[in-house]
Design a protein around this ligand. Structure first.
Ligand code: PGA
Length: 241
């Protein structure tokens, strides 16, 4: 595990975008695992700038997002389909058919999860997985649990996640109670993992993930066992290391 600490969230975004950009320069047909949330926004802004400057090309890339709420229409302002279109896909030259987000509207969500895993495998697996981290140590929507779940699956969101995500919705009642999320097995199979965390409210989760025991109660702690993982943190998120 490598840890890089920056003064602020903007610098974390710049550094992360450089690493993703370098991945695309080295392997233009990379398979990227992407994340939503507030933390990746500076990264996506920097990636768009790199694209506009002609330094990064998404035309041969394939992307798979980590997760999606169950039951939200894809054009809902809080859906992760919409988030990705608004914050990255509509601003770079990724082929729409190559930009994947789990289907939270599938009639059979378990099958949709199995199909998503199979598609990633058929694409050759993830070359690089970008992750945020929840205040409870979740990655994707893999919430604290008794076990690590390998494949893409339906998750019941924890109270802490519902509370954290209420800021995007009119009220906590509107936050979907379930999501479909990539599993820990698929994340761990990514060739490289970049975990980004900014802000003091992530400091405990970061500390437990880096220094604590590997436990499904802190799902990000499994990354200690990944052969190529970089934590990119601002000073506030790194404060307890
Ligand atoms: P955030 O979410 O970037 O909005 O803090 C991260 C996460 O919950 O994984």
């Amino acid at each position: 595990m490598q840890i890089r600490i920056f003064d602020n969230a903007g610098q974390v975004g710049k550094a992360t975008a450089l690493l993703i950009g370098a991945q695309l320069v080295a392997k233009p047909d990379s398979v990227l695992g992407l994340a939503t949330g507030s933390t990746p926004l500076p990264t996506y802004q920097e990636l768009i700038a790199l694209y506009e400057a002609g330094a990064v090309d998404f035309s041969r890339a394939t992307t798979y997002n980590l997760d999606e709420y169950v039951g939200l229409p894809t054009d809902h302002v809080c859906s992760y389909h919409r988030f990705m279109k608004d914050n990255l896909f509509d601003h770079v030259n990724i082929r729409p058919e190559a930009a994947h987000v789990p289907n939270g509207l599938a009639a059979n969500l378990s099958q949709a999860g199995r199909d998503y895993d199979a598609a990633i495998e058929a694409a050759g697996g993830l070359d690089l997985q970008l992750l945020g981290i929840g205040r409870n140590g979740h990655i994707g929507f893999n919430e604290p649990a008794e076990t690590f779940i390998r494949g893409c699956h339906v998750v019941t969101l924890s109270d802490s996640t519902i509370e954290a995500n209420t800021r995007f919705f009119a009220s906590s009642d509107e936050v979907p109670r379930q999501a479909i999320s990539l599993g820990i097995g698929t994340i761990m199979n990514a060739k490289r993992v970049l975990l980004i965390a900014t802000g003091a409210d992530k400091a405990d989760a970061v500390e437990q993930s880096v220094n604590g025991e590997i436990t499904p109660r802190v799902q990000a702690s499994i990354l200690q066992a990944h052969p190529d993982v970089i934590f990119l943190l601002d000073k506030a998120a790194a404060a307890k290391l």
